[in-house]
Design a protein around this ligand. Structure first.
Ligand SMILES: Nc1ncnc2c1ncn2[C@@H]1O[C@H](COP(=O)(O)OP(=O)(O)O)[C@@H](O)[C@H]1O
Ligand SMILES: [Mg+2]
Length: 367
């Protein structure tokens, strides 16, 4: 008669086609148990994995029926979820050198040489603006660049890159659906904004978000990329954790505006990444000084000054850029042509170009 251990063993052969990971470990198959001659498992596939459902059911069924004394397999449906590894502390343990291995290994993306994330404590501080312009500036400097918009509930990259009304191609690769990044402004981008109709609220629950971000990492036809820039949602939530636990990162940028209310949240973000053993490349202060369009030599520190430098000093990381607040930045964002391309002579575009070069120097593309 088969044992529950043998059932788990048999099921460990059933993998996610995108990441190659074991479905028990991902939480897509849960609670396997044996009731006489019947095996029962719960299926909890995230939205994007629905295309794999038939294959997963088939393989799980075959694996369990091959066990001695099992002649029936019953599937229960569950709320889709990808639970974090239970009991494992969130932190460097298991990842860094000397870690204890409680967390699954981080898995690089095939063909992608490095991943750089853009994070912030608060929304509206210019994270997406920084991610999009940084990606475009790196591409203009000759790198092969991808942009992963990980802001599942508030995706902005499609609008900022002028492709909000386009639908991405999905390719079938050996039974797995692979999303083809949308090309714009010299970069390839994926975003939830490309997958839900405009003006549709995104209403999936938290746990599914992990699955979606994993699909954006591993079920996208990234091809060869020197760097993939990830635009994170604000805060220190599920998206940050999923990304940090899933994929090795060259580093994170923390975007903040100069005033105290923005800094307080940015501090938490910075501390979280350091605690997880993710390199913080530095702080980017956005909206440092307003430059009036009719008086380009003037600077007004609307949100105060020195906040970014303070945060960087506290965290022991460099202040990488102080980006001005300028009309063409907002216009570029709304019109779908990032300021580094639409107004390359502007002070902000120049500051973005300098930022891109600093980042490229800090994280040279591995051979
Ligand atoms: N330096 C800047 N100058 C002018 N407008 C900016 C600047 N940075 C961001 N914005 C504008 O502020 C708004 C919020 O920026 P966004 O990048 O969406 O922030 P976040 O991603 O942090 O929520 C957008 O309309 C954007 O165009
Ligand atoms: Mg954003």
């Amino acid at each position: 008669m088969a044992t529950p251990e043998q059932a788990r063993d048999a099921l460990s052969a059933v993998k996610d086609a995108g990441s190659g990971r074991d479905l028990l470990e991902l939480g897509w198959i849960q609670n396997p148990r044996l009731q006489g001659q019947r095996a029962v498992i719960r299926l909890a596939l995230p939205g994007f994995a629905q295309s794999q459902r038939d294959r997963i059911v088939r393989e799980a069924q075959a694996a369990l029926l091959a066990l001695e004394g099992i002649d029936e397999v019953q599937f229960e449906l569950a709320q889709p979820s990808t639970p974090p590894p239970s009991g494992a502390p969130i932190g460097a343990a298991g990842h860094g050198p000397g870690g204890q291995g409680q967390l699954p290994e981080r898995q690089p993306i095939a063909g992608v040489k490095q991943v750089i994330a853009v994070s912030s404590g608060k929304g509206g501080v210019g994270k997406s603006t920084v991610a999009v312009n940084l990606a475009c500036a790196l591409a203009r400097d000759g790198l092969k660049v991808g942009l992963l918009d990980a802001d599942i509930y508030g995706p902005n990259a499609p609008t900022m890159l002028g492709v909000a009304d386009r639908t991405p191609e999905v390719r079938d690769e050996g039974g797995t659906q692979m999303l083809v990044p949308m090309q714009s402004c010299g970069i390839g981008m994926v975003s939830m904004g490309l997958l839900v109709a405009q003006n549709q609220p995104v209403i999936w629950r938290g746990p599914m978000l992990n699955g979606i971000i994993r699909q954006f990492l591993y079920q996208v036809d990234w091809g060869e990329r020197d760097v993939v820039v990830v635009d994170l949602p604000p805060g220190t939530g599920d998206a940050q954790l999923t990304l940090a636990q899933a994929v090795p990162m060259a580093g994170v940028l923390i975007v903040t505006t100069p005033q105290e209310v923005s800094l307080a949240d940015a501090r938490r973000g910075l501390a979280m990444f350091l605690q997880m053993g993710i390199p913080v490349l530095g702080v980017v202060e956005n909206m440092s000084a307003f430059i009036p369009p009719d008086a380009p030599d003037k600077r007004y520190a609307i949100f105060g000054s020195g906040g970014g430098a303070r945060l960087a000093a506290e965290g022991g990381v460099p202040l990488l850029a102080e980006l001005p607040l300028e009309l063409p930045v907002r216009e570029g964002g709304d019109q779908g042509v990032p300021v580094v391309l639409s107004a390359p002579e502007s002070a902000t575009a120049q500051a973005f170009s300098a930022l891109a070069r600093r980042i490229a120097a800090l994280t040279p593309v591995p051979a």
